[in-house]
Structures are given as structure tokens and as C-alpha cells.
Write a protein that binds this ligand. Structure first.
Ligand SMILES: [Zn+2]
Length: 236
């Protein structure tokens, strides 16, 4: 397809999606947590390796730490105790390093939750689940956790990256609920998700794959909406 034709033909759609994002609703966290025992907050990859240091760290992603911590604090104050951290923890020879630079190797600071999460007074009571791919449930303990918590009706998904692990997390929960006839809500607050940016010239210099952060964040949020995930601006 001719690139100019595609860009021109996509413009009405992109305008539509950008306006959709502009008008995303805000949900009340207090209302969502009216029955705190039926709510889980699942955070993916809010770790040093994507927020602070290492080849995949991004200031864009660092920006979600404060809203994610805020959701954890307010949900905990409302009585929510099902708090899950799913985190990259790779072996030094991870197969995934064929697709991405070395990151979040087991035993290194990159694989640890960011200091703001570790500083939460209830951090030790949170459930940490390690993963070795961008999927939350492939060869992890998350499937078992879900099976042993059938009471959860509302999943609030936060973390990074919007088009990678956050997408896989929300889609896994939505599709699992559909497949098993579970009346569950899967919610992604857009202010608690983000992805990195790697412009074309910089990527070409590095020999890496370019990544348009704003566009891919938007398109993957929209794809989540298409698939029945509730995408909201924020939880107030
Ligand atoms: Zn990884």
C-alpha cells in the first residue's frame, strides 16, 4: 500500500480515536470498591527496569508511578486486599532477549518494583508474581491465583507497556472471563498505563525497531475498548 494514501485514508479514523481518548470517562474508585472483597488491582511491570534504569527504562513510563501508587493507596484504604504485582524477572539467557535488549534480569535492581511501590506500608502483603515473557499467565503463578480467587468481579489493570504487557494482561483477563462465562469487569485507567517512544531516526541509528509511543498507546487502548475492556481516563 502507498504510504501517502494510507496516511490520508487513516486521518478521519485517527481523529476519531484521538477524540475518543479526549472524552474518556472518569470512574469513581470508591464506587468500584463498594465491595472491596470483589476487587483486585493487578499491576504489571512497574519496575525499575522500565521506569528508572536500564536499556528499556522510559521517562514516559516513570510518569505512571504516581497515579499507580495513588490507586493502590486509595484502594487499600477502601479495604481492597487483592493486590497483585506481575513483574518481569528474566534469566540471564532469556529467549525474550532475542526480541528485546537485556532487561530485568533476576537478582538485579531492574527486576524490582519501583521504590515508591516498595515503600507502601502494605507492600509485603501484596502478591508478587514473576514472568519470563510479556504474557502474565504463560508459565507463571497467575493462573493459579485467578483460580483461587473466584470471588473477584472487578479487575483494575495498571502498568506498562500499553501495547505489550498491559495489553496482554487486560486481554487475558477479558478473554478468560468470556471463555468461562464470568461476569467480570476488566478496567484500564489510561493515566495508569504508558509505553515507550523510540523515534525512527534514533531506532535506525541503534539498529532497533522504531516505536511511536503516543500512537501505539492510543491504538492499543482503542483495541482494548474494541475487545470489551473498559478504558477510562482515571479513577477519581
Ligand atoms: Zn521482558
Amino acid at each position: 500500500m502507498n504510504a501517502n494514501d494510507m496516511i490520508r485514508q487513516s486521518e478521519p479514523f485517527l481523529r476519531y480515536v484521538a477524540e475518543w481518548e479526549d472524552k474518556l470517562p472518569v470512574l469513581s474508585l470508591a464506587e468500584l470498591c463498594a465491595e472491596p472483597g470483589r476487587v483486585a488491582i493487578v499491576s504489571v511491570d512497574v519496575i525499575n527496569g522500565f521506569c528508572i534504569s536500564g536499556p528499556l527504562a522510559s521517562p514516559r513510563i516513570q510518569g505512571i508511578i504516581a497515579p499507580v501508587v495513588d490507586v493502590f493507596q486509595r484502594a487499600h484504604a477502601a479495604g481492597v486486599r487483592r493486590l497483585v504485582l506481575i513483574q518481569d524477572t528474566h534469566e540471564p539467557d532469556a529467549v525474550e532477549f532475542g526480541q528485546f535488549p537485556h532487561h530485568a534480569v533476576r537478582g538485579t535492581p531492574e527486576a524490582e518494583a519501583v521504590p515508591e511501590i516498595q515503600a507502601l506500608p502494605f507492600y509485603r502483603a501484596m502478591t508478587t508474581i514473576t514472568k519470563n515473557s510479556i504474557h502474565p499467565a504463560q508459565n507463571t503463578r497467575f493462573g493459579e491465583w485467578l483460580q483461587t480467587h473466584p470471588e473477584v468481579e472487578t479487575f483494575i489493570c495498571v502498568g506498562d507497556c500499553t501495547d505489550l504487557c498491559t495489553y496482554q494482561l487486560a486481554m487475558h483477563l477479558r478473554l478468560r472471563a468470556n471463555a468461562h462465562q464470568l461476569r467480570q469487569r476488566i478496567i484500564v485507567p489510561a493515566n495508569c498505563a504508558q509505553t515507550f517512544d523510540l523515534p525512527v531516526p534514533a531506532a535506525q541509528q541503534l539498529g532497533a525497531v522504531p516505536h511511536a509511543g503516543d500512537l501505539l498507546h492510543l491504538i492499543f487502548l482503542y483495541s482494548l475498548k474494541l475487545n470489551g475492556v473498559e478504558v477510562v481516563r482515571a479513577l477519581e
